[in-house]
Design a binder for this molecule. Structure first.
Ligand code: C2E
Ligand code: C2E
Length: 287
């Protein structure tokens, strides 16, 4: 595993962050096994992005067996963050989180209620940084806000200039930068399949019109998922890349990618495919 140190006090952040979601309805046993396997592989960064009782109980059991100082714990709020923070910490048996993630608040500052709650926690010695998850532009004043310490953004091998620029802006400010969705649905299904219905919901879909990615399925010794992860790991502005797994074996396969170098031929093909996508966009713009 590779690490990024976090000042003198905090734990070192591993190049991979284990994201625990509950869309697949994991049992408490599965969640605990996954977290313990992650710790055994040297993963120190965990993101809780689920609220099911089983998930929280499994995570609590695992946390009880891992030294808290060695973990960087992120909580992902998808509802009212102040209430969620207290109840989730309670369910996890933790005093504090390292990072609370909220959806893009679309303004120069976090919501006032959240800001007050976070300042009160800080005063009580249970402070935690604020992270902003967005797929689009983030207000620069928000990035400069003293509570904000991290952004979470999609990043994959089709990411364009705007997305890369956004990561650089955050990195330049000394913020932690988490990359997610390194293996987007569109690349999994191959470029020719139709997007999932939910593709309609996002304002932006960076994967529109991709093509020329056959090397994802025909590079010997590499799966499409492994190529996409290895590529995300080469992006210098990313502090950590979020991964999800259902079983410890899946996770161990992803962890092994951290120590593998992407073949030069694959790197060249990625650049070529990106270049042709850009050219197609330009041509479509002219049409
Ligand atoms: P957006 O990307 O434009 O997404 C708009 C809305 O589409 C979301 O509103 C949500 O209702 C729906 N949506 C988009 N993608 C998904 C998905 O993968 N699963 C589900 N279940 N719904 C989806 P919402 O939740 O209020 O989010 C608002 C904005 O906050 C998003 O705008 C995005 O910029 C940011 N955001 C939310 N969740 C994430 C995340 O997990 N990662 C990142 N990087 N940004 C996120
Ligand atoms: P999910 O809704 O089951 O989506 C699973 C995966 O499908 C997503 O993983 C993403 O790779 C893909 N996907 C789904 N909808 C869209 C879309 O509108 N555009 C694109 N480009 N891809 C899409 P991901 O991004 O890691 O998200 C994991 C889970 O986090 C989602 O599972 C959902 O439960 C939650 N989530 C992510 N973004 C949002 C959001 O904007 N709003 C809400 N409410 N939930 C979100």
């Amino acid at each position: 595993m590779r690490y990024r140190p976090l000042g003198n006090s905090g734990p070192a952040l591993s190049a991979l962050t284990l994201r625990l979601g509950d869309a697949t309805r994991p049992s408490a046993d599965d969640t605990r096994a996954l977290l313990l396997a992650a710790a055994a592989c040297g993963i120190t960064s965990v993101q809780i992005d689920g609220a099911s009782d089983d998930l929280l109980r499994g995570a609590r059991e695992a946390f009880a067996r891992i030294e808290r100082r060695q973990l960087f714990v992120t909580l992902r709020a998808r509802g009212a963050p102040e209430a969620m923070l207290a109840s989730t910490l309670d369910a996890l048996g933790l005093e504090a989180a390292d990072l609370l993630l909220i959806n893009d608040p679309q303004g120069p500052a976090p919501p006032a209620a959240l800001e007050n709650a976070l300042r009160a926690r800080r005063a009580a010695g249970q402070g935690c940084g604020l992270g902003v998850a967005a797929r689009g532009e983030i207000d620069p004043r928000l990035l400069d806000h003293d509570l904000v310490v991290a952004i979470v953004s999609p990043f994959d091998l089709t990411s364009g200039l705007a997305e890369r620029q956004r990561l650089r802006e955050a990195d330049r400010r000394g913020l932690l930068v988490f990359g997610e969705d390194f293996w987007p649905q569109t690349l999994r299904d191959g470029a020719r399949t139709l997007p999932r219905p939910s593709l309609w919901r996002r304002r932006t879909d960076p994967l529109a019109g991709i093509g020329g990615y056959d090397f994802l399925s025909d590079t010997p010794g590499w799966t499409s998922e492994e190529i996409c992860l290895a590529y995300a790991l080469t992006e210098p502005t990313l502090t950590s890349v979020c991964v999800s797994a259902e079983h410890p074996d899946d996770l161990r396969r992803l962890v092994a990618v951290v120590d593998r170098a992407l073949p030069d031929s694959v790197r060249a093909q990625i650049e070529l495919a990106r270049f042709s996508a850009q050219e197609r966009d330009k041509a479509a713009g002219r049409a």
